[in-house]
Design a binder for this molecule. Structure first.
Ligand SMILES: *[C@@H]1O[C@H](CO)[C@@H](O)[C@H](O)[C@H]1NC(C)=O
Ligand SMILES: *[C@@H]1O[C@H](CO)[C@@H](O)[C@H](O)[C@H]1NC(C)=O
Ligand SMILES: *[C@@H]1O[C@H](CO)[C@@H](O)[C@H](O)[C@H]1NC(C)=O
Ligand SMILES: *[C@@H]1O[C@H](CO)[C@@H](O)[C@H](O)[C@H]1NC(C)=O
Ligand SMILES: *[C@@H]1O[C@H](CO)[C@@H](O)[C@H](O)[C@H]1NC(C)=O
Length: 193
């Protein structure tokens, strides 16, 4: 049994084997800071005990698998600084324990799923430096009541800024380098901004 795997800050190259999806007891999969390439195997979605999935700072590409919606215990999804492309799967809104969703510095496109407002434990959402081709920030994100950091810098977003004032602990909001229009909400954004 491998209760945890920690390969971070090595010089691993090649692809992530789909067989890792068979290690049903796995709680940590930390592969960040390597030189991994290729796409994420759908089979990783079978890791229903996984608490933390970190593959940030590699050269991974392809889509973020819809199967990750099956990682029902995952709290941390760190996938920033790769070359992931395509649509953010709306199905990830079904992850009841998600705290950090970091997918900044990739090549994602499509729209920001309004369904992510169901992620009621989410504290950090980082999407900077992707290309959401002129779509807007869903107004439902004002319901992300636990959010502390929302970073959407340089995402090619358009439209108006939702009223984030209901999010009591929002303390970091970066919306720079987009094409947003309209006014900021006239009432204060948040008590702790
Ligand atoms: C990653 O791979 C690229 C291309 O194979 C190579 O140029 C680079 O030095 C590697 N980086 C590390 C940190 O091993
Ligand atoms: C394992 O993952 C594959 C690929 O996503 C999927 O087809 C299969 O149903 C999964 N198996 C289980 C037991 O969840
Ligand atoms: C999620 O898990 C279920 C049950 O094991 C499986 O049938 C389904 O194929 C999985 N979904 C994906 C997208 O892999
Ligand atoms: C991720 O990529 C950005 C943009 O290229 C870069 O500024 C940042 O330093 C990278 N982050 C890490 C932790 O390497
Ligand atoms: C980003 O994705 C687009 C397709 O959406 C593709 O044409 C382009 O080559 C990708 N760029 C990088 C740097 O991966």
């Amino acid at each position: 049994m491998w209760p945890a795997r920690d390969f971070m800050w090595n010089k691993l190259t090649g692809t992530i084997p789909k067989e890792i999806g068979n290690i049903a007891t796995l709680k940590l999969l930390l592969l960040n800071g390597n030189n991994l390439s290729g796409s994420l195997p759908d089979e990783l979605g079978n890791l229903t005990k996984l608490n933390r999935f970190q593959v940030d700072e590699n050269q991974l590409s392809g889509p973020i698998p819809v199967s990750f919606a099956n990682m029902t215990n995952v709290k941390h999804l760190h996938m920033n600084n790769n070359s992931f492309s395509g649509q953010l799967p709306p199905e990830l809104s079904k992850l009841p324990n998600l705290i950090h969703l970091l997918v900044d510095n990739n090549n994602l496109s499509g729209y920001l799923p309004p369904e992510y407002s169901m992620l009621q434990g989410l504290r950090i959402l980082q999407l900077d430096n992707n290309n959401f081709s002129g779509n807007g920030i869903p107004s439902t994100y004002a319901n992300l009541s636990r959010l502390v950091k929302l970073s959407l810098r340089n995402c090619n977003l358009q439209g108006t800024v939702p009223d984030f004032s209901p999010i009591a602990n929002l303390s970091y909001l970066d919306l720079s380098w987009n094409h947003l229009t309209g006014h900021l909400p006239t009432n204060k954004l948040s008590d702790n901004i």
